[in-house]
Design a protein around this ligand. Structure first.
Ligand code: ADP
Ligand code: MG
Length: 731
């Protein structure tokens, strides 16, 4: 008898590395080839049109229809030259990934003999109405008015994928509410720009724009395609719902930064070549901690573009993996017992004058600006720590945060020794001190040599969910499959609100006659005291930290459906509305969507788990039991009863052991199905998600425990599902 598993193993071992050759001599020869970037604009648009477009991008203003018409003509010419036959508005619904609906360029030319021509107008470029009524909207669109439209975002360049011109767009309802990830992100970036420029002007009147930057680090697993297909849980849920730990895991730490296996190296090469064609500046690639886990990261760029590029690279990686007979796993926790996958979001702010606002400066003025932005960030993360956690939370990421080896579901900030020392110095300088320019210069001494020290900063705390790393913050709690927009909308909006509050404090103090530096210094000192609970330099994975964080009043909620409540707290609603990022109605609607998605994910997992147990595991275990029983019977035909009984002792106890596990699995699966039935009767999305979390999810681990025990005792030849050692070590 050959099981699907052995056929899969055989196929997997026959998969060989593909030969991948470079598209051209140097990446710079083909970099951005598929993107309608400035170079292509210059070729296909008039100078005047190009200038207007670039200005609109810079200022965030809307483009006149006439200009859109001009752009459409140029874009179409470029796309046809590139061999495209279709175009699509590429948008980011509240489900995972991106969505697109392709339309052909052809249309009737208008003559009597029904000839066709390639057309594309400014109207089609600027706006589209996909019949997208089945995307989640949290009740914003009732089905009778199920209209949503997509609108062009000129700040992210159009690109060609296969035969289709893809135009990045926002997705909104006819009544104006955001139905996607991009809309609120763009609003948050604009709010941040406005608020940060005001604060920057305290230090440099020449600043006109502040940018938010993002450099993501994408972690992922690769599993052989044949093995993947033999695991219904991976296929349907993206993670393994069962599987005993492999004898060898990551304990030797021999995978991290180790030599990249040849098949994987070929995959990575092709991903890089393709990424360059799309203007995605991939910079690093390496093995991660867990077996078959890897990471890639580009050079950072403006946040909106970086988010789109991350979504694009996830699509590209998926496609390319299939070609290499791999399956890409972006799930945050595909395997129990080893590391999960995250997507560190390296985030910073910078001015149009070229100053990094989280880069320690060289002059007293620059340093005061650096400390101002640093402390306001701490303050924002402190105030909105529950919200920031909600912004990265999902059914998948919950397995990574707060579970075993992962960081807990608590947001804290790591600053490192030097920066902490600087803040301490400011905090403990006497309140009555007259702050003189001289003293500020003295402070500079403490800060100015930080860059050198930080470059080889050895105390980078890997356990912190939000860490300062020299010239940026690293938001590490973001999950590998997530759309970074969610986290960066919350973060940038929170910072915007905080900076606005800071600026009005300064204005008040200056009105009362305080000098500018003094007002800044004074406010910062108060903030440093106030936001102290968010700073944590120790081991975030420790049990003590959980207790300590609770005492400090940080958000320690671990239930995903309840974590989402942070979005609609009075404080969050006030923040999102005052920054113009989202309305209360939008926040409520989006939470509905989150709860629904959560429920569905757990529901699907529960069904798959039940099916695997009843139809795959129990039958095989029973079959093995009967082999053992058969053996016991046959013993009696050869030996006398006492001898036979003695020789069958082990078999008999194994039969009992198997029977116990089978009974436990059966009982718990039945109970889980019952719990699901009860939960399914609940109408309210939040209550239903809570029921799934509290009453369905807990069965998963119990059931899994017994299945994994069976895996250890049942004949390997019979076991139907590829084992961890096969999934993790065949590559
Ligand atoms: P590590 O794994 O050591 O944290 P990597 O080099 O893998 O670092 O990734 C760091 C990421 O941070 C890269 O995407 C890089 O471009 C980005 N980055 C570097 N400086 C900044 C900055 N000032 N703002 C935002 N991102 C940055
Ligand atoms: Mg990093």
């Amino acid at each position: 008898m050959t099981t699907l598993r052995f056929t899969a193993i055989e196929k997997a071992t026959q998969h060989l590395p593909l030969e991948i050759s470079a598209p051209d001599k140097l990446p710079s020869d083909y970099y951005g080839k598929y993107v309608f970037n400035k170079k292509q604009m210059a070729k296909f648009l008039s100078k005047e049109t190009m200038r207007t477009v670039l200005e609109a991008i810079d200022k965030g203003t809307t483009l006149q229809r006439e200009i859109a018409d001009h752009v459409a003509v140029g874009m179409k010419m470029w796309a046809l030259e590139m061999g495209a036959t279709h175009y699509t508005h590429w948008f980011q619904p509240l489900t995972d990934g991106t969505a697109e609906k392709h339309d052909s360029f052809i249309d009737y030319a208008g003559g009597s003999n029904l000839e066709v021509m390639e057309t594309f107008s400014g109207k089609l470029l600027a706006q589209q109405e996909p019949d997208a009524s089945s995307f989640p909207s949290g009740g914003i669109r009732n089905t009778f008015e199920a209209r949503g439209y997509t609108a062009w975002d000129p700040s992210s360049p159009a690109f060609i994928m296969d035969d289709t011109l893809c135009i990045p767009t926002v997705f909104i309802s006819y009544t104006g509410e955001a139905l996607d990830y991009k809309t609120p992100l763009l609003k948050a970036l604009s709010a941040l720009d406005k608020a940060a420029v005001e604060v920057c002007k305290l230090f440099d009147p020449n600043v006109k724009k502040v940018y938010s930057y993002l450099g993501w680090e994408q972690e992922y697993f690769l599993v052989d395609q044949a093995l993947y297909e033999a695991r219904p849980d991976l296929v349907l849920t993206g993670r393994t719902l069962m599987g005993h730990e492999s004898a060898k895991n990551q304990q030797l730490e021999d995978h991290y930064f180790g030599a990249i296996p040849p098949r994987v190296a070929a995959f990575m090469r092709e991903v890089e070549f393709e990424a360059y064609k799309y203007g995605i500046p991939l910079k690093t690639r390496h093995n991660e901690v867990a077996p078959n886990q890897y990471e890639l990261a580009p050079i950072f760029s403006e946040t909106n573009l970086a988010v789109d590029q991350n979504l694009l690279i996830m699509t590209l990686m998926n496609k390319i993996a299939t070609k290499h007979h791999f399956k890409l796993l972006l799930h945050e926790k595909p395997f129990a017992g080893i590391n999960g996958s995250g997507k560190h979001n390296n985030w910073s702010l910078g001015t149009d004058t070229g100053v990094g606002l989280f880069t320690p400066g060289k002059t007293a003025n620059e340093n005061l600006q650096f400390v101002t932005f640093l402390v306001n960030t701490l303050m924002a993360v402190y105030k909105y720590n529950g919200l920031l956690k909600a912004s990265i939370m999902s059914a998948q990421n919950a397995h990574r945060l707060g579970a075993n080896e992962a960081p807990p579901a608590i947001i804290s900030v790591f600053l490192g020794k030097q920066i902490s020392a600087v803040l301490d110095k400011i905090e403990y300088s006497s309140e009555d001190d007259e702050i003189t320019v001289e003293e500020l210069k003295k402070m500079k001494l403490g800060v100015a040599h930080i860059p050198e020290v930080l470059i080889d900063n050895t105390d980078r705390n890997r356990t912190s969910p939000f860490a300062f790393t020299g010239n940026r913050f690293e938001f590490r709690a973001v999950g590998s499959s997530a759309n970074c927009s969610s986290a960066l909308t919350a973060l940038n909006a929170a910072i915007a609100a905080q900076l606005t509050e800071f600026k009005s404090e300064i204005d008040k103090k200056m009105k009362k006659g305080m000098k500018k530096e003094e007002a800044v210094y004074d406010t910062i000192r108060l903030y440093i005291k106030a936001c102290k609970p968010i700073r944590f330099e120790g081991n975030n994975y420790s049990e003590e930290w959980k207790m300590e964080a609770e005492k400090r009043g940080l958000d320690c909620e671990t239930s995903v459906p309840l974590i989402y409540d942070a979005y609609t707290s009075d404080q969050s609603v006030e923040m999102f509305e005052s920054t113009g990022v989202m309305t209360k109605k939008e926040l409520e609607a989006r939470n509905e969507v989150k709860w629904e998605i959560y429920t569905k994910k757990i529901q699907i997992e529960a069904r798959v788990l039940g099916d695997l147990c009843i139809n795959h595991i129990i039958p095989v275990a029973t079959q093995y039991q009967s082999v053992l029983l058969d053996n016991i019977c046959k013993m009696k035909t050869v030996f006398n009863e006492t001898k036979a009984a003695e020789l069958s002792k082990e078999d008999a106890s194994l039969i009992e052991e198997i029977a116990t596990h089978i009974a436990a699995i059966k009982k718990n699966v039945d109970d889980m199905v019952e719990a699901r039935k009860v939960a399914n009767k609940i109408e309210d999305a939040r209550e239903k998600a809570i029921a799934y979390h509290d009453t369905v999810l807990p069965y998963f681990n119990v059931i899994r425990y017994h299945v994994d025990k069976l895996e250890l005792v049942v004949d390997d030849q019979m076991w139907p599902l590829p084992k961890y050692r096969e999934l993790l070590f065949i590559n």
